[in-house]
Design a protein around this ligand. Structure first.
Ligand code: CAA
Length: 283
């Protein structure tokens, strides 16, 4: 993929602004699109903060950070994406939202454009079926914090072409990431394995086996995880964890994927983790 092409990034939230950040940092022009100017302003402020963090850690010069920032344009108008030949969707993790967005992108973007989704659990094959170009639809799953985590899961839908796969693999490498190939199945590899771990950790708290702090310490000190599963759940967002557990439970049908009742209650209470100020910890 040439760096003269503009990558459309749909959604300026945690994942979307991180994706815009790494694309711009690697020399691509980015058109960041969200429903409201307020969301775009918040996303750009996060990009600026994280670029400055990279300058202070001497990973980038001030000039490189400023040039990266200048490569990101914003819009609230999806029609403005009509010249983009690559789109990365990072909208809310709801099938109805993403499927409507894919229908729009299919209508607006040029016929040759690739439509990639950063979904963490929704079927790429189902998203592809919303479009007239299922061979050009693929999963490109980044990890939070996007500027830091080296992995990208590249997910082949049933109809994804080899050419689309090769283009996305090369893009991930151009972004400084390591692409890992995965086939389309609920939760792919990352969340199929991670979310049941987090869910089980929540069961241990609910059943009084240990406190949240103690559960986290077991994983930090005993297994060298950078953060324990409950700190990580707060970091990811408890609503996101619950949505993914529901996808796993519905798609795979095994009771081992049933969401922990404590997780459901916390989400019902609006305790969504770091972003809402309260989860297993207070922020
Ligand atoms: N942008 C740029 N750089 C960032 C950053 C950001 N948003 N956040 C952290 N950093 C950098 C810091 O500058 C620092 O750089 P140096 O190593 O050069 O000093 C480095 O990352 C580590 O940061 P900190 O020292 O501030 O903090 P830390 O050592 O506690 O690490 C962490 C923070 C990287 C988040 C670490 O705790 C970690 O790796 N946690 C696990 C994260 C994880 O598992 N993510 C995956 C979640 S699952 C997911 O995203 C997918 C899904 O579908 C749900």
């Amino acid at each position: 993929m040439s760096k003269t092409q503009t990558i459309a990034v749909l959604g300026a939230g945690t994942m979307g602004n991180g994706i815009a950040h790494v694309c711009a940092r690697s020399g691509f022009n980015v058109l960041l699109c969200d429903l409201q100017q307020e969301f775009l302003d918040r996303g750009l402020a996060t990009v600026e903060k994280n670029l400055s963090r990279e300058v202070s850690k001497e990973k980038l010069t001030r000039q490189q950070a400023d040039e990266a920032r200048a490569r990101i344009a914003t819009t609230t108008d999806r029609e403005a994406l009509s010249a983009c030949t690559f789109a990365i969707e990072a909208a809310t993790e709801k099938f109805e939202v993403k499927s409507a967005l894919f229908r729009d992108l299919d209508r607006i973007l040029p016929a040759e454009a690739i439509l990639a989704s950063n979904t963490s659990s929704i079927s790429i094959t189902k998203l592809a079926a919303q479009t007239q170009r299922p061979t050009q639809v693929i999963g490109i799953h980044f990890f939070n914090p996007v500027p830091v985590m080296p992995l990208v899961e590249v997910i082949r839908g049933l109809q994804t072409s080899q050419q689309t796969f090769d283009t996305v693999k090369a893009l991930a490498e151009a972004l400084g990431k390591t692409p890992i190939e995965v086939n389309d199945a609920a939760g792919f590899v990352s969340n199929r394995v991670l979310m049941p771990l987090i869910n089980e950790a929540i069961f241990t708290v609910m059943e009084g086996v240990a406190t949240a702090e103690a559960v986290d310490q077991v994983f930090v000190l005993g297994m060298a995880h950078p953060m324990g599963p409950l700190t990580l759940a707060d970091f990811i967002g408890l609503d996101v964890c619950l949505d993914i557990m529901r996808v796993l439970h519905e798609a795979l049908g095994d009771t081992k994927y049933r969401p922990c009742p404590l997780l459901i209650r916390m989400v019902d209470a609006g305790w969504l983790g770091r972003k809402s100020g309260r989860g297993f910890y207070t922020y």
